[in-house]
Design a protein. Sequence first.
Length: 598
Amino acid sequence: MKQIIKNFILWLIILFFSISVFYKYNLIRNFSHKVDYSTFLVELNSNKIKYVTIQNRKIKFIENNNNKYNTYIPFHDSKLLYLLISKNVRIVGNPKILPGILFSIFISWFPIFLFILSWVIILKKFQKNNKSNISFSKNKAKLFLSNNINITLKDVAGCDEAKEEIKDIIDFLKDPYKFQKLGAIIPKGILMVGPTGTGKTLLAKAIAGESKVPFFNISGSDFVEMFVGVGASRVRNMFKEAKKKEPCIIFIDEIDTVGRQRSYNNFNGSNDEREQTLNQMLVEMDGFDKNQGIIVIGATNRPHILDKALLRPGRFDRKISIDLPNVYGREQILKIHFINKSIDKNIDIFSIAKNTPGFSGADLANLVNEAILLAVRQKKEVVSIEHFETAKDKIIMGVEKKSLVITNKQKECTAFHESGHVIVGYLMPEHDPIHKVTIIPRGDALGMTFFTQRCDVVSVNKQKLESRIAALYGGRVAEEIIYGKNYVSTGSSNDIKVATNLARDMVTKWGFSNRLGPLFCAEKDNNFIFENTKIRTISNITNNIIDEEIKLFINKNYNIARKILNNNIDILKKMKDSLLKYETIDAVHIKKIMTRKK
């Protein structure tokens, strides 16, 4: 409120000054037309002037037609007065208007006063900013005291190996003397590596919850500001606060924001702030006493870009991988999210886990929430398996496009396309089993075929990869067989992209090419000079061979898909009819069609 009043008074003074200056310089400017003195004399001798006001050397006059003019006497003209009298012109004399002494002082000193006032305001602002700089450079870590952390290892699932890795950390925080008496040095830092949503933050909180120690939570981006030195100051303040709360845990999420490798291409100095922050963090982590009870936990999904100095022993001693959960991990995660939820007790949780490969813990939490929201929208009392299936389709493909107008011809083409994927995938050796197929448009797709992994994939053999390529081209081949090459749709664009990338990896990364053999020919990342660029390490001749080998894999499996569909035209048409009738058919229905059962 005080600041508003100050601003109002300041603007009031400026307005008063502006009006005063305007008044001073326009006090006697009442006539709009200015003429030269010779014109005035001509008009006077022509008897066109009836009224004259003289003030110093300025003359304002009115003509017989009431037009107003003004002019200046360039020199002392003693005959002017006699001439005016002889022409019977009414003469009025005005004394020189002088401002009062106070007004003159005000006009003279006000600019200086305004200048001084402006500097006073600027200095006060600067002092205020200096005070706020203390909080500006203060660390932004959120402190959770031990009694406020209710998360334990029981709340974490899907990463049993990681939980085993951190048990000795928990034991140290609970009873450091047990380790110290034997001379053990506990790891100063733990780097959690894994895709987003796999529970790195949750696991760090569980460590604090189990250990009953304070927990500092901060993101890597909270250190970096536009002002050089702020990040380093925040790091110092954070460790200073942590030392007051030891034993404790400092958790830095997305540590790659400040911990990425220092590059040699800092041409414009834009990385100075980040590198100073990293340097300060390196110093602080090395500056601990041997048995100081501060554990730094970093989390990242890009460990390859971290600076090597950050990863050496004595800083982040231990690296814990938290990968996407396997089918049993997903089952355990779903069980946790099912607690206190109105979900049908007859639902097979393992079946949901099996049909959600690649889902992280966060994805599974979102799946459960979407299924519940769908049940609420349909005014159901419990969540059924159908809600989970619909929620999964929404997460994977997007929202169902009910308003999309599709012609019968387009719908039939989509049905043939998806049927081609199903038949080729079903009959190809080593291919994943079919789960369901739909022609309901979602997201950018008019239809989708779902395959279920038999188990969690660690490595893939050549036959399985070729079967995938054949199944990917099954949709395009089906359209080509039914409608001809000239009427194939663009619906297979993503299939072609995925199949081509798969074939390229088979040739350049996995050594499945007969001509090249087990040779790594892929482009390498270039992080030395320019980031996000690739280094080509092969010759033009080898590159041409790679292109030929990719085409060989593509053409081979394209022809296999064509042969399969040509031999099963009746099944292709029957599956198309079922899709047009039901829009979505499951594995049981598909098996009946494939075995020609009624």
